[in-house]
Ligand binder design. Structure first.
Ligand code: IPM
Ligand code: MG
Length: 359
């Protein structure tokens, strides 16, 4: 089977981790008899430098005409002074919006070899397996009105949290369906004690839940959830929440697993899905061959499983990641006493070899 994939490396460490993912996916292709066609596009600061725009039309067209999008990361200090509409991050928001990627799945699973790398005690994080289902095309990220107004005394900055029945219902369906394949527990996270948009969120999630009697539904306020994730993360299976709360809680959930560099994500909703690690472009370590490529590589595995239905192939990558960690190889972010420090490329190559050798 031949698959056409848009590759948007973007900025910073995005440029270093994308090649690692591609070499491993190609090896999977060779081993299982698939071929992947990689079509590169410019995005983020890279695209701004080349064209003046973070998401050139050409890149958007490429993404739309592909079967999946693999994205590295966008952003960096070089472009921070630009207007919001011109910033690298707009590319990400534009892709999400234009491709209709309303559901962002961020699984935070502990690789047992990394229990020591977490800042929490091993007994607290042992066995955690949380899926954050983040709403991705609504809420305060996109709500109108927004902007900075001039007033008689200074300025007034405005953003608006908005959710409609449809937006809440469709993300709730995604969460309940995901829970049916997992441990059948959904925790819906909101701020319904203060926000009307959250009150509606809760009401609609309760409505949608009626279609899923086999799944248990809990509600939790976001501040409590931030606390519970650290106190007892094992209580969670699927967390479903708004765009902003999901942004925050998924970073927190990621860190439970030892490093934000480990976690993949999938954004879906319409025909084309997009896969990217949940970390950013990490300009401070970019270009030094120290970034952890595992979140990117695992995003490639998610693409195989979700977009192409190639679960055995995805499993081969997952297995190789587990093995490389069990063998004691670590990038800087997950380094621990008694382990072997490797760079971005060597980590990629070791996983590649394992994928080739597994039988
Ligand atoms: C993420 C990132 C993005 C977001 C930024 C880079 C726009 O933090 O994907 O979590 O806020 O959604
Ligand atoms: Mg984020």
């Amino acid at each position: 089977m031949t698959k056409r994939i848009a590759v948007l490396a973007g900025d910073g460490i995005g440029r270093e981790i994308i090649p690692e993912a591609i070499k491993i996916l190609d090896a999977v292709g060779v081993r299982f008899g698939h071929s992947f066609e990689w079509h590169e596009g410019q995005v983020g600061g890279d695209a701004i430098d080349a064209t003046g725009f973070p998401l050139p039309q050409e890149t958007l067209d490429l993404a739309k005409s592909s079967e999946a999008v693999l994205l590295g990361a966008v952003g960096g200090p070089k472009w921070e002074g630009l207007d919001y509409e011109r910033r690298p991050e707009r590319a990400l928001l534009g892709l999400r919006e234009q491709l209709g990627l309303f559901a962002n799945l961020r699984p935070a699973k502990l690789y047992s070899a990394l229990a020591e790398a977490s800042s929490l005690k091993p007994e607290v994080i042992e066995g955690i397996d949380v899926l954050v289902v983040r709403e991705l095309t609504g809420g305060i990220y996109f709500g109108q009105p927004k902007g900075i107004e001039t007033t008689s005394t200074g300025h007034r900055g405005i953003n608006t949290e908005v959710y409609t029945t449809e937006e809440i219902a469709r993300i709730a369906h995604v969460a309940f369906k995901a829970a049916q394949k997992r441990n059948r527990l959904v925790t819906s996270v909101d701020k319904a004690n203060v926000l009307e948009s959250s009150e509606l969120w809760r009401r609609i999630v309760v409505e949608v839940h009626k279609d899923y009697p086999d799944v248990t539904l809990h509600h939790m306020y976001v501040d409590n959830c931030a606390m519970q994730l650290i106190r007892n993360p094992r209580q969670f299976d699927v967390i479903v929440t708004s765009n902003l709360f999901g942004d925050i809680l998924s970073d927190e959930a990621a860190m439970l697993t030892g490093s934000i560099g480990m976690l993949p994500s999938a954004s879906m909703g319409a025909d084309v899905a997009m896969y990217e690690p949940i970390h950013g472009s990490a300009p401070d370590i970019a270009g030094k061959n120290v970034a952890n490529p595992i979140g990117m590589i695992a995003s490639g595995a998610m693409m195989l499983a979700s977009s192409f239905n190639l679960s055995e192939e995805a499993e081969a990558i997952e297995q190789a990641i587990q093995t490389v960690l069990a063998q004691g190889y670590r990038t800087k972010d997950i380094e621990a006493p008694g382990t072997t420090l490797v760079g971005t490329k060597e980590m990629g190559t070791r996983i590649l070899k394992l994928v080739q050798d597994e039988t």
